[in-house]
Design a protein around this ligand. Structure first.
Ligand code: ZN
Length: 325
């Protein structure tokens, strides 16, 4: 099927993803990210220079694209989709892009990529230029919030992950990652921004384990308004680390486990929030699920579950607003 034909089908389907979120009571809605095969593949779907199925996927099941030639934008990554979203909702619209750092790790493979980019870092810089331009276009389109997805910053805390991919210095990796995020968001202006972190999930399993302690002090260096963090996951090891959360940032507290098929009650969500409120003031706390519900072949998700879970989160938010007015 051509991209054009697929887009017509997505145009027909996406209003239902938007309506589902609106009905669940969500303040910032997305298009469900249904147009993308995955949140990172959005780059290889709209940028030339990639070879499909050339990179072993970290999930071990399906191969990812790898960069094999200098990258060049074919069409926009997210701006047309964002305009479609904006014209189909009266709520605020949030749009996500992957960070250059994760793209560097997931799509650069020395033996086939070094002809185009001698190092992983050079490829990250090239990705950052494209993403930075996309952020500028999203701002012009009038989106209400831009989120950079960066699970690999959190994956750094897991020694098994570091060994698997050959990372020796966490500090060097943090510095590169932070620099890349700041580069991309330099064009965001006054549009609010988030960075999302999680332990990555495939087929209802999390990929890594470890709390935020080794990375949280770097948050102050990231030029972003809000951190959308996974906290329901046992792999996050609790909210005590939030006592080191920077005072000038907003927390996006993960209160819904998108992997667990059991639907949280609003009461359970409220308990999770009250725990976090011991460390972060109420005016700097927002709620989100631990990670997204976007479905894919690698990661089948259930839309009814998503609806019920988001509904529980909204009901909890309403009660908490009453309680903490
Ligand atoms: Zn995530």
């Amino acid at each position: 099927m051509s991209f054009e034909a697929a887009d017509r089908l997505f145009d027909a389907a996406i209003p239902s993803a938007i309506a589902m979120q609106e009905r669940a009571g969500i303040d910032y809605v997305s298009d469900g990210e249904w147009r993308r095969e995955s949140y990172i593949k959005v780059i290889s779907e709209h940028v030339e220079g990639f070879q499909v199925n050339a990179m072993p996927s970290v999930s071990g099941s399906v191969s990812d694209p790898a960069v094999v030639a200098p990258i060049r934008k074919r069409d926009d990554l997210a701006t047309s989709a964002a305009k479609y979203l904006l014209s189909h909702t009266t709520r605020r619209a949030i749009v996500t892009l992957p960070s250059p750092y994760i793209l560097g790790w997931r799509m650069w493979k020395a033996d086939i990529s070094s002809g185009a980019y001698a190092t992983r870092a050079e490829f990250m810089v090239a990705c950052a230029a494209i993403l930075r331009n996309e952020v500028e276009n999203l701002v012009s389109a009038g989106v209400d919030h831009i989120q950079i997805d960066e699970p690999w910053l959190l994956l750094l805390v897991d020694p098994e992950h570091r060994e698997r991919v050959g990372i020796t210095s966490i500090d060097d990796e943090i510095e590169t990652c932070v620099g890349m995020i700041n580069e991309v968001l330099a064009t965001a202006g006054t549009t609010p921004t988030s960075v999302h972190m999680c332990h990555a999930h495939f087929a209802r399993k999390r990929y890594a384990d470890g709390g935020y302690e080794p990375i949280i002090d770097a948050f102050a260096e990231i030029n972003v308004d809000r951190f959308a963090m996974e906290f329901t996951a046992p792999e996050s090891h609790g909210v005590d680390v939030l006592k080191r959360f920077p005072a000038n940032k907003t927390l996006g507290l993960g209160v819904i486990d998108q992997i667990d098929r059991n639907i949280e009650t609003p009461q359970l969500v409220i308990e999770r929030v009250e725990e976090a409120l011991k460390h972060v003031p109420v005016d700097r706390l927002t709620l989100n699920p631990d990670c997204g519900f976007s479905p894919s072949a690698q990661n089948p998700m259930d839309i009814d579950e998503a609806y019920l879970k988001l509904g529980a989160m909204s009901a909890a938010a309403e009660e908490l607003r009453r309680r903490h007015e």
